[in-house]
Design a protein around this ligand. Structure first.
Ligand SMILES: *Cc1c(COP(=O)(O)O)cnc(C)c1O
Length: 640
């Protein structure tokens, strides 16, 4: 509607502009000349482009069905490199007198191969791990190979948690306990005395700085985490009393996730620094300043301070932090601490995408309307029919009102038994066609009446995707997160449809109807007409952070297949490093405590009884049992 170009004029450049892939893609995603979305990586100074469809083809050849999470290991490695190099550059630039140590918060993506890759690749930068629970501490203890890297333990810690961390200390691992509440301290003191192992202690601060973005209300004084100023001093006094103040070496703060506004970062860091210096003056040795997470991802590609974007670049973020800390320390003549940050989202978001195929489309195009209608049809249907072909820029408002009115009248007649099913279908069809004609006039209207504002949305298609929003994109449902989403092929063709996307759970919340496009937020996404006998594939990008483990088993759709690919060669060759089959139906049933073997037995009994009663043959029974068994082994999603 907004694009008056002929289809043959459409180029991949138009698609790039339409979907904004170069903006949110941050150099990692682009389009190929032949119309495919692609991953771009740099290997030995050469830019390599791999079409995602190529990988999809490879997946299918290996029997991997849609939906699927595709992980590009190179992007994970790049992000760790970029984060560490950006801090190193800022430290160099500012003349900061200490180094940076990143830690990856495991909660952001706990998948074994992701944490393994981070531990592996991160070891060259001594990149450590942050653990928020006993299970995550166990992951950190088993995955980290390098004793220079840090393990930061946040979250509530019981005696078992603390013992585990103390043993880690004993073998030389730099494992910090960060106090979330004052009640943790007595357990740490008691356990460390009992085992004769000195802990490394950090304190988590509750800042008064608030941040913009989704977690605005949870920041500042109402933050549920961290110690108040007076609780902080109680900790200092208690440690002094036990002659353990020398164990207090780290100050921790976490302003919130996805901080879109750089000003908030600066203000927060400045506030933490004051506390850090205060603790040094109290006699604590300190040495580490941990600024938590919050480094944002520009999901929109708008470079703005809106919730799903960020108004700064990575190097700017690092320079801001390093500069602020240096200034604060210099003015109080305090030695520069080791800078620690816990970037999760910014580290892993880019590396994963969700791929799915479209199963069906509900088209809002009206069926052809007959040239004339039955003489004895209801009067209002005739009136509605007469509207056809009369709509223009001067009378559209009146036509709109009439059309809706007549359609409702026919519905009313139908309810009272005075109109037939066919009358009603025709009325709805004509109304739809009138609305379609009015929608075509929208670009010409000087002012769009409010009731017509969502006309395009009303007339848009619904594309049914083979995925579960609740399993694979839980934040879209829970916090209205916007992810970049687009077709991954046919991008040299003009997308002529406007659509919202529904998943295959039968839940009306299982839909995506908010999109961020370079032209602004929209309720529909331009998509291509589906071709008969040809799959249409879409990708949801930047989903590596938080989505996988927050997902749930709504309607018993389980984990999707996961493929992890590494692009290795300058000619664009890549390896399927790992493949993980998603949950089978039998898997998801056992998660909710069913026993698939028992279920099979229960079904067998029913089939046997049917044989006895002569309802089915033995041969049919055999077939039925085979189908039942195979279903249990099958994928929970739609299989072609
Ligand atoms: C969640 C969390 C993080 C990760 O935050 P991102 O914004 O994803 O980088 C870091 N530290 C703590 C304490 C967290 O709870």
């Amino acid at each position: 509607m907004t694009n008056l170009q002929q289809p043959q004029d459409w180029t991949v450049e138009d698609s790039a502009d339409l979907y904004g892939i170069r903006e949110w893609g941050a150099g990692y995603f682009d389009l190929t000349e032949d119309g495919n979305a692609a991953v771009t990586v740099e290997i030995n100074g050469k830019t390599i482009t791999v079409a995602i469809m190529d990988i999809v083809q490879g997946m299918q050849d290996r029997g991997m069905e849609m939906p699927c999470i595709l992980r590009i290991e190179n992007l994970l490695d790049f992000r760790i490199t970029e984060l560490n190099e950006a801090f190193a550059a800022a430290i160099e630039l500012v003349g900061y007198q200490n180094h940076y140590r990143g830690v990856f918060p495991i909660k952001v993506n706990q998948q074994c191969h992701v944490v393994e890759e981070i531990a592996n690749f991160g070891s060259r930068y001594n990149h450590g791990l942050e653990a928020g629970s006993k299970a995550e501490l166990i992951i950190a203890l088993s995955q980290l190979t390098d004793h220079e890297s840090l393990i930061i333990c946040n979250g509530y810690k019981d005696a078992e948690f603390i013992e585990l961390g103390l043993y880690a200390r004993q073998i030389g691992i730099r494992c910090f306990f960060v106090l979330e509440t004052p009640t943790e301290l007595p357990i740490i003191i008691e356990r460390s005395k009992a085992l004769g192992i000195e802990p490394l202690i950090g304190v988590r601060l509750r800042l008064s700085t608030t941040v913009d973005g989704h977690w605005k209300d949870d920041s500042g004084d109402r933050s549920i985490f961290g110690l108040s100023t007076s609780a902080l001093l109680d900790v200092v006094d208690e440690l002094k009393k036990h002659d353990m103040l020398h164990c207090l070496q780290l100050l921790h703060s976490h302003l919130g996730s996805q901080i879109p506004n750089i000003r908030n970062v600066r203000t927060g860091v400045a506030e933490v620094c004051r506390f850090y210096c205060g603790l040094v003056k109290e006699g604590a040795p300190m040495g580490y300043l941990d600024l938590g997470g919050g480094l944002a991802v520009d999901y929109e590609g708008s470079s703005s301070n809106s919730t799903h974007s960020m108004n700064y670049q990575l190097d700017e973020y690092c320079v801001n932090i390093v500069e602020t800390v240096a200034e604060a320390m210099n003015s109080e003549e305090v030695a520069h601490p080791v800078l620690v940050s816990e970037s999760g989202r910014a580290t892993v978001a880019y590396s994963s995408m969700l791929l799915f195929n479209i199963l069906d489309v509900r088209n809002q195009t009206p069926a052809p309307i007959p040239a004339e209608i039955n003489e004895d049809s209801p009067e209002v249907l005739h009136s509605l029919f007469a509207l056809k072909g009369t709509i223009n820029i001067d009378n559209f408002q009146e036509c709109y009102n009439d059309s809706i009115y007549y359609r409702d009248e026919v519905r009313e007649l139908f309810h009272r038994g005075h109109a037939t099913l066919r009358d009603r279908a025709l009325a709805e069809n004509i109304n739809l066609s009138v609305l379609g004609d009015i929608a075509k006039l929208l670009p010409e209207m000087t002012r769009i009446p409010s009731e017509l504002e969502n006309l395009p949305e009303l007339l848009s298609d619904i594309y049914y995707g083979n995925f579960s929003l609740f399993q694979s994109l839980p934040d879209v449902w829970a916090i209205d997160q916007l992810f970049p989403i687009m077709p991954i092929h046919r991008l040299n063709e003009e997308p002529t449809r406007q659509a919202t996307i529904a998943d295959i759970t039968c839940d009306c919340d299982g839909k995506i109807d908010k999109f961020s496009l370079p032209t602004g937020h929209a309720n529909t996404l331009p998509l291509h007409e589906i071709k008969k006998d040809e799959e249409y594939y879409m990708g949801v990008f930047l989903v590596g952070a938080y989505q996988e483990t927050l997902g749930d088993l709504h309607n018993l759709f389980g984990d999707t297949n996961v493929v992890s690919v590494k692009i290795e060669e300058e000619d664009g060759g890549y390896n399927f490093q790992r493949e993980f089959e998603g949950d089978s139906i039998s898997d998801v049933l056992s998660y909710v405590e069913y026993n698939p073997t028992t279920m099979q037995e229960q079904f067998r009994k029913k089939a046997e009884a049917a044989v006895r009663d002569g309802k089915i043959t033995v041969a049919m029974r055999k077939q039925m049992m085979k189908a039942f068994r195979e279903s249990l082994q099958g994928y929970t999603y739609f299989e072609r």
